[in-house]
Design a protein around this ligand. Sequence first.
Ligand SMILES: [Zn+2]
Length: 397
Amino acid sequence: MIPAFEREPYLRELEVEVTGVAEDDAGPYAVLSDTVLYPEGGGQPADHGYLGALRVIAVQRVDSEIRHYLENAAVTGSATLTLDWKRRFDHMQQHTAQHLITAIAADVFGWETTSFHLGVRSSDIELAIGSIADTDLVSLEERAATVIHEARAVTSRRAAPEELASGAIRSRGLPEGHEGDVRLVEIAGIDCNTCGGTHVETTAEIGAIKLLGTESMRGGTRLRWVAGTRVRALLAAHETRAASLREIFETSDEEVLQVVDSKLARLKQAERQIKRLRAELAEETARRLESSEGAIVEAHFDGADARFLQSIARQMTALRTSRAGLLTATSDSGSFFVLYRGTGFELDLETIGARLATLLDGRGGGSAELFQGKAGSLERRPEAVSLLKEAIGHRSR
Ligand SMILES: [Zn+2]
């Protein structure tokens, strides 16, 4: 029997008999005497709806039966099957748009469609062509708009498989093991195609098609688009975003890109300047610390990060420091410590570093001359300084 979704694609509700209930890996399901719910196939996702009060969350064709997967198990008997019409009509718009795009792509440009995917946000087809020029995309979109305005009838009928051989029918091939007659979907004067999906009744109901772009893949080209109600939804999302950008950058749509470009250029310049100033600051700080009194060098920097500590330690090495030092810093990204020693200064940094890390509730690692890490807390920093002084005291004895 031809199911109701194919006989009457606009039917939103149907009294049915639940003829079987069972469960498989995908969950509990019901098999019905008839259905207005399209099972996933041919690039079109499954319909959603309700069987009585139970939500239908997926519909799959398994062998000869159509399984309606439910949030909870159903019972056999009579029930009202309701279609989530908003979702379905959206699918009908996207799917009919696909027929139209495929037909124009093949007949006008000679690009064959090799696959179709109806996505949650946008849909796409794969075309057997390496790349598509922007001007061709514009032309394709305009031709589609013309056919939409012409409100051409979209009809379906069953035909004998032999009719396929006539050559006038477009087909991406029948499902494996297909037997019996085939379903043909026709856009008057434009296209005749084998298809089991659901479609709008005239091209006018597609509303609009907006091509979004292409990407190359496996020697072909993927073409993305939105159709129908999605065009307005996408435009609304773009407009909301554009309004925010206008506000943030205090400019108009026409000038926002230029403003962002120049702000990014200035940001890059400022970052280069900060980098240079930081290096200068590290050099200056290192000089100041090196001239300080004491057996070791120790300093803490608020608002500095691990990189800043490293550059000071590197400067110290460049200054051929004769002492060891402990530097700590605290910034938004956490607390850090760096332990270093001058060249030729004998100190087992790895052992002391590990002990310091434990003391500061952190961890770290490094080389023979520099040990660095992230500190969990700098509360016991004075003890860490003492520990380092003590180690140096032992060394000189
Ligand atoms: Zn179709």
